[in-house]
Write a protein of this length. Sequence first.
Length: 290
Amino acid sequence: MTKSNGAFVARRVWDRPPLLRSPAAFLCRIAASLCMASFGGMMAASHAVAADQGDDVSRVFSFGGMCVSCELSGRKLPQARFMGANFTGATLVGSDLHGAWFFGTNFSRADLARADLRGASLFGSDFENVNFTDANLGGVKGHGANFTGANLTRTRFEGANLLGAGLEHVNAHDANFTGASMLGANLDEGRFDRASFRNANFFGASLAAASFPGADFSGATLNHANLAGADLAGARGLTQSQIDQACSTSSTKLPSGLVGRACHGGPNVIVLHSTSPVHGAPRYLVETAP
């Protein structure tokens, strides 16, 4: 990404054969990440701060600042708000975080095994290399969230909105993405053994060089999905009409009897023009360039 004359320019450069991708996929991912990450500097402090804004029955906690390697396992923090906080390496095993809000927050290398994040909002937050084993993220709003390298073994994402999310290099054995919206998501080089993608929407998503042995794609939508180098040979529930929606290459491995369709076209360019901040948060005008 470069900045020129007050405009931010983001270019997607493919290291694989060029495929036709929807500009909307990249627009959604980049715009969501930038807009949500703008909350990152809202709560600057040298130590973590928790503000109780509720009463004895209903309590809302807001966290900001730093809480690196904190031990918060088993805590009851429903509806908590993490605003621009740094929880790198924190331990929240089995914690109750359902309905929590994460805005531009860093949870990289944290341990959230068996945590309950149902219905949480993860806008523009960083969960790189996080352990989500047996965690419940059903119905989360993960716009622009970064899960790169995360352990998603048996993680539940039913009905999640993962628009523009980064799922590169994840280990998602037996994960459940049933009914998930994965528009513009990046699953490159991930492991999705026996994962369920029933009725999931992969519009504009990239599955390049990812492997899906035993994964279930019954009813999934693959419009404009990038299957370059993906190993789908052992996947279940795939039909020729689904594969016809997507872009394949000679290195794509498909179930017996299915034939991939090649797509052609160069990379898309997304131009984001920054505008004057409104209430402390910058706004972005997004347009595509040929």
